[in-house]
Unconditional design. Structure first.
Length: 296
């Protein structure tokens, strides 16, 4: 009995220290989660207020103190928002532009990124640095020369200025895919070359299937940028039948700016596809961002 009591006394300080460490870890996790929840609520408050406003009537918009939860949900605001402008036509126009832009961006950027990552040619480093240097130019600097170029080509009031540039790749997208391609072992491509596989098949059958997270990330970026683009369609489109949802929302605001509940309902309808896409493809988005840049 004495030996057991002595062993118990010897073990108790270790158990006490272990429990103290576990308690500190628990308190640390609680603090971290509390800060994350508080930050999330802070960032989501404007969206919650937008949803709340979209469900209020005209009287509830200016009630003091403001009501976060409307007394009566007025779902007819969404029907009024859709009927206030050619919503279906603008949605089809935006969908077409987004789909074409995504296809062009993925195809062109992946080909150029593969060349910079795996092919050996003179001046490869120089041309890649020059490509990255174009990212330092703000879009406002090249806006007027680009407009003059498209005007001389006769592309104004068409979808060509909004889609063709995506088929020539983007510096950021090329950099993103190049960094991902560098993480793929060289042994795979070398083994394929020994078996007599051409370079194009190595790219299409080995690299592209292994790069789904990075390609999904690129597609999400392109989707969000094209779907929410306002400046591009504003500059190049003049015909109302060619307008996108961003331009339609702006025209709706100019006509019905005082109807804040209907305006918020229209804004939520326009932004809903990007929210759904982000949460459904969040795993690919995070994985693609995390795995890029592992090798320089």
């Amino acid at each position: 009995m004495a030996i057991q009591t002595h062993d118990t006394l010897r073990a108790s300080p270790r158990q006490y220290a272990r429990r103290r460490v576990n308690l500190e870890e628990l308190l640390h996790r609680i603090l971290v989660y509390a800060l994350l929840v508080a930050g999330s609520v802070l960032f989501l408050m404007p969206f919650f207020w937008m949803v709340s406003t979209s469900l209020k009537d005209e009287v509830g918009l200016f009630s003091l103190p403001p009501d976060w939860i409307p007394k009566e949900f007025k779902w007819s605001n969404y029907a009024a928002a859709v009927q206030s402008f050619p919503f279906l036509r603008y949605t089809l126009n935006t969908t077409f532009l987004t789909a074409v832009s995504m296809v062009g961006s993925v195809l062109s950027s992946s080909v150029v990124a593969y060349a910079f990552a795996r092919l050996r040619f003179p001046g490869r480093t120089f041309w890649f640095v020059l490509l990255l240097a174009t990212m330092m130019l703000p879009a406002q600097v090249t806006m007027i020369p680009t407009f003059i170029l498209f005007k001389e080509l006769g592309w104004i009031n068409t979808y060509l200025p909004l889609t063709v540039p995506f088929f020539f790749g983007g510096a950021f997208y090329i950099f993103l895919l190049r960094q991902f391609f560098l993480t793929i072992p060289k042994e795979l491509s070398e083994a394929a070359k020994i078996d007599g596989c051409p370079e194009f098949f190595i790219f299409s059958r080995i690299f592209l299937p292994l790069s789904k997270p990075a390609l999904a990330t690129l597609a999400i970026f392109t989707f969000m940028g094209t779907w929410n683009d306002f400046l591009g369609p504003l500059i190049y489109l003049n015909d109302d039948d060619l307008f996108t949802l961003a331009l339609g929302l702006r025209s709706f605001q100019m006509r019905h700016g005082t109807r804040w509940n209907v305006m918020m309902a229209a804004s939520i309808i326009v932004m809903m596809p990007t929210i759904i896409l982000f949460f459904t493809c969040q795993r690919y988005f995070i994985e693609g961002i995390t795995l890029t840049g592992v090798k320089g």
